[in-house]
Design a protein around this ligand. Sequence first.
Ligand SMILES: Cc1cc2nc3c(=O)[nH]c(=O)nc-3n(C[C@H](O)[C@H](O)[C@H](O)COP(=O)(O)OP(=O)(O)OC[C@H]3O[C@@H](n4cnc5c(N)ncnc54)[C@H](O)[C@@H]3O)c2cc1C
Length: 328
Amino acid sequence: MVRIAVIGAGIAGLRVARRLVDAGAEVRVFEKARGAGGRMSTRRTDFGPFDHGAQYFSARDPRFRQQVDAWVKRGVAAPWAGRVVRLADGVVEEEPQGVDRFVGAPRMNSVVRDLLGDIPAEFGVRIEKLRSSERGWTLIDDAGFEFEGFDLVVVAVPPAQALPLVEASTELVGAISSVKMWPCHATMLAFESPIAVDFDGARVESDSVVWAARNDSKAERGEEICWVLQSRPEWSEAHLDSDPESVGSQMESDFARAAGVTLPPVRYRATHRWLYSRPAFSLEGPTLFDRKAGLAVCGDWLRGDKVEAAFIAAEELADAILPATGLG
Ligand SMILES: Cc1cc2nc3c(=O)[nH]c(=O)nc-3n(C[C@H](O)[C@H](O)[C@H](O)COP(=O)(O)OP(=O)(O)OC[C@H]3O[C@@H](n4cnc5c(N)ncnc54)[C@H](O)[C@@H]3O)c2cc1C
């Protein structure tokens, strides 16, 4: 039996894990967070749920579309029919339609949890180092605990976090060290009453805010009036160390100005900083699988900057690993 460790329980890691398990490999997943989802996550609060990472996903590639249709059928994803517009200085313009948008249901990470199923996973475990010996790969976590005996390790985390884990492969280090990921602030707002607008999502022209969405317009999110604002990447980079309170307050007022409305009283406001949110460019190179070393890397940044890109990168990596390990 081929023993494979997958580091990172985002959509990329879990899609690879699912393909390998279905082909007969023994897979164990390691994730530093308390649950699966990565950048497809939902924060649950007393004031309602907030999708503070990915807002929705589209499926242009037939390989991903097939998966999305299966998720919708099983009830873990649903179409999002929200009205999306463009906003600048109080002027609302219709966004050209043409793309089907989907969300996880009831939470964004429901689809990722569906991929995980009953694959063995260690949560709350941050892998810090990999060591290779004649018995295969050993993973070492930040508490010094060791997990040994893997034939192959798939590192499905953002490039900066992947680098220290793939030091043993000059091929992989060379390929990923040039990838830059932008930071992003997500400000979550719950209001006492609805905002006087008739859209559900908006691409925003303002200093700080680039996107706004009414979370409660998505499937199974409840009745609370919850909005998520996302920052412009360059603005976040310039405000990386600013305190979350002032970041949230500026984003709130920039959104109100762009929408041309006075916002209702706020019941809850919190700002989350994503250090690695979206890649500045995608590598679009070959699959990153160093067969000799028994190491592979995967993530959205290999094929774009979206949920779909992460899935496709995982699909292509699984296509490369399966024949090389005698599984497919
Ligand atoms: C604010 C924001 C908005 C977005 N909006 C959209 C959108 O509207 N539509 C869209 O399609 N995409 C959107 N995206 C992008 C989308 O979320 C990502 O492309 C996709 O989720 C990436 O998946 P991944 O599996 O490659 O990486 P991730 O989801 O980042 O998964 C990597 C996982 O690895 C874990 N990890 C990292 N280091 C370690 C370690 N050392 N040990 C153990 N675990 C580790 C992390 O905790 C994480 O769970 C958005 C992203 C952000 C941040």
